[in-house]
Design a protein around this ligand. Structure first.
Ligand SMILES: Nc1nc2c(c(=O)[nH]1)N[C@H]1C(S)=C(S)[C@@H](COP(=O)(O)O)O[C@H]1N2
Ligand SMILES: [Mo]
Length: 199
C-alpha cells in the first residue's frame, strides 16, 4: 500500500517543488514596469470588456468593488527568474467579471493605462485562474504594483498580469501584445519554461 504523507500534498508540499525550472525563490517583491508608474485614481476609474462584436461592458470602481471578492493566495513567477510563494491578494474573479458576457472569443488582449498590452487565451481567465486584484497583503495595491487594480494570472509568467488594468478586448484569434511582439512567448507557462517564442 502506498503511503503518502499529508505533509507533501497541496499547500504543504515542500517549497522547492513549487519553484518552476530555471527560477529562484525570493521574498522581495521586485517592481518591473516598461515605463513610469501612472497615477490612476479610483475616482473616474473604469474597467471595460469589449466583445468581438464591439459591445462594451463597463464597471466603475464602486461597481467593481460591489462584486463578490475572493482572497487568493498564489505563487507568482517572473520571466526574469524570480518566484514568490504564497502571495496574498484580494480581488474579483474573472469568472465573475465575464459572467453574463456572451462571447465565442478564444483569446483576450489585456490593456494597461500605461499602454502596455499582453495576450492570453480566454480559457486562462476562467475557472478560478485569474482575478482583478486590488489588495495585496491586506492593503490597497500599491501604484508600482499596478494599483488601484491589476490583472492577476498566477498560472502564467507574471508579464501576463497587466498592471493598471483598464480594458480586456475579446478576440477571435491570438494576437501578440507588447512583450510578445518583442520575442516573449505567446502562452508563457512557467512549468514548461515558455519564456521566448519557440520555447
Ligand atoms: N501595465 C503594465 N503591466 C505590467 C507591466 C508593465 O510594464 N505595464 N510589466 C509586466 C511584467 S514584465 C511583470 S514581471 C509584472 C511585474 O509586476 P510587479 O511590478 O508588481 O512585480 O507586471 C507585468 N505587468
Ligand atoms: Mo517580467
Amino acid at each position: 500500500m502506498a503511503i503518502v504523507s499529508r505533509g507533501f500534498v497541496g499547500k504543504n508540499r515542500d517549497d522547492s517543488s513549487r519553484i518552476p525550472p530555471g527560477q529562484y525563490r525570493t521574498d522581495d517583491f521586485p517592481v518591473l514596469s516598461v515605463g513610469p508608474t501612472p497615477r490612476v485614481r479610483t475616482e473616474g476609474w473604469e474597467f471595460t470588456v469589449v466583445t468581438e462584436r464591439g459591445e462594451k461592458h463597463r464597471w466603475t470602481w464602486n461597481e467593481m468593488r460591489a462584486l463578490p471578492a475572493e482572497k487568493p493566495t498564489v505563487d507568482i513567477h517572473c520571466v526574469t527568474k524570480w518566484s514568490k510563494l504564497d502571495t496574498r491578494w484580494r480581488g474579483v474573479s474573472l469568472d465573475t467579471v465575464l459572467d453574463g458576457i456572451e462571447t465565442t472569443a478564444t483569446h483576450v488582449m489585456a490593456h494597461g493605462r500605461d499602454g502596455y498590452t499582453t495576450n492570453l487565451p480566454l480559457s486562462e481567465l476562467r475557472n478560478g485562474k485569474a482575478w482583478l486584484a486590488y489588495e495585496y497583503d491586506g492593503t490597497p495595491l500599491h501604484p508600482e504594483h499596478g494599483g488601484p487594480a491589476r490583472l492577476l494570472v498566477p498560472g502564467l509568467y507574471f508579464w501576463k498580469s497587466a498592471k493598471w488594468i483598464e480594458k480586456l478586448t475579446l478576440l477571435m484569434r491570438d494576437e501578440p501584445g507588447f512583450w510578445e511582439r518583442n520575442g516573449y512567448h505567446d502562452y508563457g507557462d512557467p512549468w514548461q519554461e515558455q519564456r521566448y517564442q519557440g520555447d
